[in-house]
Design a protein around this ligand. Sequence first.
Ligand code: NIG
Ligand code: FE
Length: 411
Amino acid sequence: MNQLANTWQQLFVNVNIATMTQGGTSYAVIEDGAIAVSDGKIVWLGNKQNLPEYDACQLTIIDGQGKWLTPGLIDCHTHIVYGGHRAKEFEMRLQGASYEDIANNGGGIVSTVKATRAASEDELYVSAYQRLSALHKEGVTSIEIKSGYGLDLDTEIKMLKVANRLSENLPVTVSKTFLGAHALPLEYKDDADGYITLVTEQMIPEIARQNLADAVDVFCEGIGFSYAQTERVFQAAKAHNIRVKVHAEQLSDLGGTELAAKYNALSSDHLEFLSTAGVNAMQSSGMVAVLLPGAFYFLRETKLPPIDLLRENNVRIAIATDANPGSSPINSIQLMLNMACTLFRLTPTEALAGVTCNAARALGIDDKVGELSVGMDADIALWDIEQPAQLCYQFGVNPLVALYKQGKKVI
Ligand code: NIG
Ligand code: FE
């Protein structure tokens, strides 16, 4: 008996595997494959013909009956912790008001801030749990959750603690992002620079001290913060050794992506108005372009991100829900796969890479998750499909058969 196979605890057989090891250029398929798992990690994978001899009595065999395995899905940009909802604003937009009009008149993000400040930690936890459960049932095993609806230290901390609690109670890895510079709170209405001082001198140091954030994000936009203010936040993050990322070029081009590239950002997200200079900066810095088709759809945007240019420059593209109450109240990663193809004309291969390997890279966790290869966590989804493109093609019937988190069956 093979020595290595002695240590195996689980073995997936009779499966086709989209390993997603090639960053979106192919599914990197292994047909009629097998995956062996030990201590929650992938220890062998390959074609069934090459399987070493193993003792079937010593391990759990999972017969995939010819179905498909992919990495567990990763939603790398969400705002799922918040109070209230914005259905009224949705109605106003249907009557002609723009997202920016609403934000400039005290609605938008600031109205969610009011509801989030008023909610208890338990209330926020219960509503966010429902949203995360919905994503998890669609195959999500890792997620990013941002703060940014508190805009005061206590509420920002309350949100990040809710994100921690979610990770303790659901089998989903949570990356936490501090987004204090999301909008200007009413108490700083005419003093954006003063608010940024609060973010940089009080919030970031305290959040770093409590180890509550894996990254720091800024909304660099006309209705958010300027280039100079964004840079102040990045400097504070850098001083505390926290990686940065940016909401940029969503409604206009302020050069936020180029700035983020200078700070070795993980990703730049939205990008409808990204310039050629921005694409070049992404290419040389290796940042991931996170595209958010749900916000594009829900805000009825018409300007597409420069997808051909991103492709030509080999910028990695991730796809995420941006689940939030204002611009994307959509808690479905499967719908994003479909929209990435229909709205942004991504290929199904690119879309699937966008919620696996490239999403992992956008979170800086690509050494553990996002592809199926030896040494990675056994975060594995089993799908009742005949080819991977079905994950993008159809929406509304969930083809997830089983989900494994670090080798443990969780669905
Ligand atoms: O990613 N752009 C800024 N933040 C969110 C919207 C948040 C909201 O409207 O509540 C976004 O689209
Ligand atoms: Fe967002």
